[in-house]
Design a protein around this ligand. Sequence first.
Ligand code: ATP
Ligand code: ZN
Length: 284
Amino acid sequence: MSNLRLCIQKGGRLSEKSLALLNQCGVAVANGGSLKAEARHYPMEVLFLRDDDIPQAVQDGVADAGILGENVALESGKDVEIVEKLGFGRCRLSLAVRREESYEDTTWFEGKRIATTYPRIVESYLKEKGVSAAIEKINGSVEIAPSIGLADGICDIVSTGSTLLSNGLKEVETIMRSESVLVKHKDLEPQKAKYLENLVFRIQSVLRASEFKYILLNAPNEALEGIMQELPGMNSPTILPLAKEGWSSLHSVIREDDFWERIGRLKDLGAEGILVCPIEKMIL
Ligand code: ATP
Ligand code: ZN
């Protein structure tokens, strides 16, 4: 029976996090610098490729699935299916122009030249906006193109904006937001589809867990009602009596994103001895 073949980026921004995610899913993969590795504890082998080669490999069935930036998947134009967003490698693809330009809207780009590594994405964006511009595909150092007279504007990946700033550019439009995604071959054989489904189930449990924390606190019984309203956890919270008369211990889950605000309110409501712990997996 054939194993699932997953490709991940070799030696780039997404490599370590891809391996870490697999690890959290109980799939151990050694990154010994070779092109291929057998996973331990899972019927899978991992191929290490340049991210740009992943869409083709998955489309052609050389690999069954892959982890890469959504931007790269989209740009490739290959026929692969996005199965799951993975929450790391977040960035945006933006248009930028020289800082001194007075820019108002996308009509600025009419008749201009735009340098980018992402010609397809830029082209479809401009088409949607009804703007026609010349797109120059370049593979690296896109941000210097305007200063050397190669283009009037650029489209590139931005995460903090500091690269743009140091090249005298300003971000004027966000074309897309991207994060790493799991993609799969369109027509997987049933056994492989099962393996992938199981992997996706594990990934979802890990990702969900990272959105929540486990919380334990002590409170006087009369405060419990109000405290529970602040903790709309997965299920109803666990309440255990404390040795101290009239007090209970309450266990629940809390969302990571509004965590600090809620903690403040819980204290105001009378909660004490609050413990907050990470959750490793969350199975629904
Ligand atoms: P490869 O050698 O595999 O072709 P690369 O140089 O094309 O690598 P990386 O720089 O490793 O690619 O980036 C991989 C992906 O990480 C990008 O396609 C993007 O989805 C994501 N990413 C997140 N933040 C950033 C950032 N600040 N700059 C570049 N890419 C980022
Ligand atoms: Zn690349």
